[in-house]
Design a protein around this ligand. Structure first.
Ligand code: NAD
Length: 652
C-alpha cells in the first residue's frame, strides 16, 4: 500500500537517501527540514518540501494538516556528539522537544507508524560489549546519546498511551555518497575528501580503534522494511569492526596511489571498539547489510571523486577546496551509489561517470567484453548456460565485470557473445512479471537487486559467429567502438577493487595503450601473454610482448591480465595480424605489431587481488572470498570453515 510519509531531515545525508528510497517504492513523500546542515538540492524531485524547524509547533502542525501523513520518518536532529557536550540545552531542544512536537501532531492526526533514526554508536556507552545487542542497557557517554535515548523512551510511552507504533533504527556509522566531508564525524567522507584534495588523513591516536560502518543504501533498506516490520528498536550495522587504519588501507587500494596520513593526539574519552549485533533486525525485520566495507568505500570514493572534482572546477581562491558534497543533484547521487541502492533509478539509467583526476572528461567511453567462449572447463554446468552467467555467491560474473566497467566511467559496454549466450541478454533485460511478484511480496531487497541492473542504452551486443581468438573477439567490437580509444575486460577475471578504473586513469595520463599487468610465478608464464618492460613501476614502458612463453623463456615475470585500455589503432593492427596458435587471432600478437609500428604501450602493475574465474579452483576461491566479504554470510561461513571445513580437510 502506498503510504504518505513525512521525512524530517530529508535534505540531509541519510534522510535524503531515505526519501528517495520511499519514492522509488511508490510512496508519497513530504520533506520537512530547516536546512541547518542539509541542502535544498538534496531533496529528491518528486518529494514535497516544507522549510521548517521541527521545534516550530505551528509549522509542524500545518504540515501535518495539509499532507496528512500515515507514517512519520524522523531523521532531523542535532547530530554532533561534541556540540551536544558544548550545548546540551540546544541538543535536548532539537532532539527531545522537536521530537515531542512531531509525536503530538502524529497522535492528533492519526499517524499509523513512527520511524525514528536513533544511534547505536552513542547509545550503549563505553562499557558495552562488542558486538552489542539491543538488550544491553544503554548508558550514553554524551548528551547526544542521552537525547536519543530520551526520544526512544518517549516513543515507548506514546505507544503505551496512544497506541502509536514505532520502529527505532539504531544506526552504526552510516557512510556513503553525499555525506559531509567537512563534518566532525563521517570519517569515510572526511578521508575521501582529504585524499581528493591532496591533504593528509588525520588519525586520532594509533588508528586501531574500530567502528561498524554501514552503507547508506543498507540503511535505506532498513527504513523500507520499518514500514511494515514488527515495532521495536533495532541495531542497524554490519557486526563487523573496521579499524581506522584498515579504512586508510582500503582507501589506498581504491585511490591506486599513496595516501598521506597524520597522527594526532587521541581524542579523550573516545570509545575504543564499536560493533552492533544485528541479529534482531535480521530475524524480525528480514533486513541484512549487503554491502561490504571494501565495496562501499570504493563506491563512495568514486562518488566523491566525481563530485568533488566537479566542484573543484568552480572553486575560487581563498575558499575551502570544496563546498559540502550535499550540493549535488539528488538524482546523480542516487545513481552513483551503485549496487543494492533503493532509488528511483531504473534499468538503463546511468551512474554519472567518474571523472579522471583533476577534472576533464574520461577519454575512454566504451568497453568491449568478449563473452563468446565455450566454457568447457565447467561442463556439464555450461552445457546449456553461458559460463559468464555462473555466479559468485548470487551475482553472475558477467554482471560484476560490467559493473566494474561502468564504475570505471565508461558510458557503454559491448558484449561479444555467441551461440548459447542468450541468458546473458535476458539477465540484463527487464523482468516485469518477476518485478511485479517481488513488489507484491514486499521483497524490496530482491526487487532492487533485479532493478538496478544496467540495461537499455548501456549494454550492447554483437554475436561472434565462430570463436577465433581474443583478437578476433575484439575486432568484432570495431563497428561499435569506431575510431576512439576503448577498453577491454575479460570476463574470466575478477578483481578485488577497481582494476579497470586504475588502467583508465593511467590511459588518461599517458594517452596511449595501457595493459593491466601482474607478476606471476615462473611456472605459470605459459598461460599468459608476458611483457618485457623498462622504467620505474607501477607504470612501465613495454618493450616487447610474448604470447604464452614456456617457463624459463619469459622476458619478465609480468603477465598481461584481463584489463586493457587500447588505442583505436589496435583494430588495424589486428586486421593485419595473421592467425597464430590454433588458427586464432591473438590480441597479444596485434599489440606486438602495434609496438613494432612505433605506437607506445605501457603496462600498469595492478595492486588489486585477481581471481581467475575461468578455472575451477580460481572460481571456488573467488566464491569463498566474496562470501567472506559479505556481512550476511561471513560469520556462518567462517564458522563452517573452522569446524566442518577443517574436519573434511583432515579426513581427505
Ligand atoms: P545530516 O546533518 O546530514 O541530516 C540531518 C538533517 O536534519 C539536515 O538536513 C538538517 O538540516 C536537518 N535538521 C537539523 N535540525 C533540524 C531542525 N531543528 N528542524 C528541521 N530540520 C533539522 O545528518 P545525518 O548523518 O544524515 O543524520 C540523520 C539522522 O541519523 C540524525 O538523526 C542522526 O542523529 C542519525 N544518525 C546518523 C548516523 C551517521 O552515521 N550519520 C549515525 C547514527 C545516527
Amino acid at each position: 500500500m502506498a503510504e504518505r510519509i513525512l521525512v524530517t531531515g530529508g535534505a540531509g545525508f541519510i534522510g535524503s537517501h531515505v526519501a528517495e528510497g520511499y519514492l522509488a517504492a511508490g510512496h508519497d513523500v513530504l520533506v520537512l527540514d530547516d536546512l541547518s546542515s542539509g541542502r535544498r538540492e538534496n531533496v529528491p524531485a518528486g518529494a514535497g518540501w516544507v522549510g521548517a524547524d521541527v521545534r516550530d509547533a505551528a509549522a509542524v502542525e500545518a504540515a501535518f494538516r495539509s499532507f496528512r501523513p500515515t507514517v512519520v520518518n524522523h531523521h532531523a536532529a542535532q547530530k554532533s556528539v561534541t556540540a551536544s557536550v558544548r550545548e546540551p540545552v540546544l541538543d535536548a531542544d532539537v532532539n527531545v522537544l522537536g521530537l515531542l512536537n512531531l509525536l503530538q501532531a502524529s497522535v492528533a492526526h492519526g499517524v499509523r507508524r513512527f520511524v525514528f533514526a536513533s544511534t547505536g554508536g552513542a547509545l550503549y556507552g563505553s562499557g558495552a560489549p562488542v558486538p552489542v545487542a539491543e538488550d544491553f542497557p544503554p548508558a550514553p557517554d554524551a548528551p547526544y546519546g542521552l537525547s536519543k535515548l530520551a526520544g526512544e523512551q518517549y516513543l515507548g510511552l506514546y505507544g503505551r498511551l496512544h497506541g502509536l507504533e514505532s520502529v527505532i533504527l539504531r544506526y552504526a556509522n552510516v557512510y556513503g555518497p553525499r555525506q559531509d566531508p567537512y563534518g566532525e564525524a563521517g570519517v569515510v567522507a572526511i578521508f575521501c575528501g582529504a585524499v581528493l584534495r591532496g591533504k593528509s588523513c588525520v588519525i586520532f591516536g594509533d588508528g586501531r580503534q574500530t567502528r561498524d560502518y554501514v552503507h547508506v543504501a543498507d540503511a535505506v533498506a532498513s527504513n523500507l522494511l520499518a514500514l511494515e516490520g514488527p515495532p521495536g528498536a533495532y541495531n542497524i550495522g554490519t557486526g563487523v569492526e573496521t579499524s581506522v587504519n584498515r579504512l586508510v588501507e582500503e582507501l589506498r587500494r581504491v585511490h591506486g596511489g599513496p595516501v598521506a596520513v597524520e597522527h594526532a593526539a587521541p581524542r579523550p574519552g573516545e570509545v575504543r571498539r564499536v560493533a552492533l549485533d544485528v541479529t534482531l533486525a535480521r530475524e524480525r525485520l528480514g533486513w541484512a547489510p549487503r554491502i561490504p566495507v571494501a565495496e562501499g568505500l570504493a563506491q563512495t570514493y568514486a562518488w566523491f571523486r566525481e563530485h568533488l572534482g566537479r566542484e573543484r572546477a568552480g572553486e575560487r581562491a581563498g575558499e575551502p577546496a570544496v563546498a559540502p558534497a550535499a550540493s549535488v543533484p539528488a538524482t546523480a547521487v542516487a545513481a552513483a551509489a551503485g549496487p543494492a541502492y533503493a532509488t528511483a533509478t531504473r534499468p538503463g539509467d546511468r551512474p554519472d561517470r567518474p571523472a579522471p583526476p583533476g577534472g576533464g572528461a574520461r577519454r575512454v567511453r566504451k568497453a568491449v567484453v568478449p563473452a563468446a567462449g565455450m566454457g568447457t572447463r565447467f561442463l556439464p554446468a555450461t552445457k546449456a548456460q553461458p559460463k559468464e552467467m555462473l555466479p559468485l555467491v548470487d551475482t553472475p560474473v558477467i554482471q560484476l565485470v560490467v559493473e566494474e566497467a561502468l564504475a570505471a566511467g565508461v558510458e557503454g559496454v559491448l558484449l561479444v557473445t555467441g551461440r548459447n549466450k542468450r541468458a546473458i541478454e535476458d539477465h540484463f533485460d527487464r523482468a516485469p512479471e518477476l518485478e511485479y511478484l517481488l513488489a507484491q511480496k514486499g521483497d524490496l531487497a530482491a526487487l532492487e537487486a533485479v532493478r538496478r541492473l544496467p540495461g537499455d542504452g548501456v549494454i550492447h551486443y554483437v554475436r561472434q559467429r565462430e570463436p577465433r581468438g581474443l583478437g578476433h573477439a575484439v575486432l568484432a567490437g570495431r563497428h561499435y567502438v569506431g575510431e576512439e580509444p576503448f577498453c577491454v575486460l575479460l570476463a574470466d577475471e575478477v578483481f578485488e577493487g577497481p582494476a579497470m578504473g586504475a588502467v583508465l586513469e593511467a590511459y588518461d595520463r599517458v594517452g596511449a595503450t595501457v595493459l593491466g599487468v601482474k607478476r606471476v610465478p615462473p611456472e605459470e608464464t605459459s598461460r599468459y601473454g608476458m611483457v618485457a618492460v623498462e622504467g620505474e613501476g607501477p607504470l612501465y614502458r613495454v618493450t616487447d610482448l610474448v604470447e604464452k612463453p614456456e617457463p624459463g623463456t619469459a622476458p619478465s615475470d609480468l603477465a598481461i591480465v584481463g584489463r586493457y585500455a587500447l588505442a583505436a589503432e589496435i583494430f588495424g593492427a589486428l586486421e593485419r595480424t595473421p592467425p597464430g596458435r590454433g588458427g586464432e587471432i591473438q590480441l597479444t600478437d596485434g599489440l606486438r605489431l602495434l609496438l613494432a609500428e612505433g605506437h607506445p604501450i605501457y603496462g600498469l602493475e595492478l595492486p588489486h587481488r585477481r581471481f581467475d574465474v575461468g578455472e575451477r579452483l580460481g572460481f571456488v576461491v573467488a566464491t569463498l572470498a566474496r562470501a567472506l566479504e559479505r556481512p550476511d554470510l561471513r560469520d556462518g561461513l567462517a564458522r563452517w570453515l573452522e569446524t566442518e571445513g577443517r574436519r573434511l580437510l583432515e579426513q581427505s
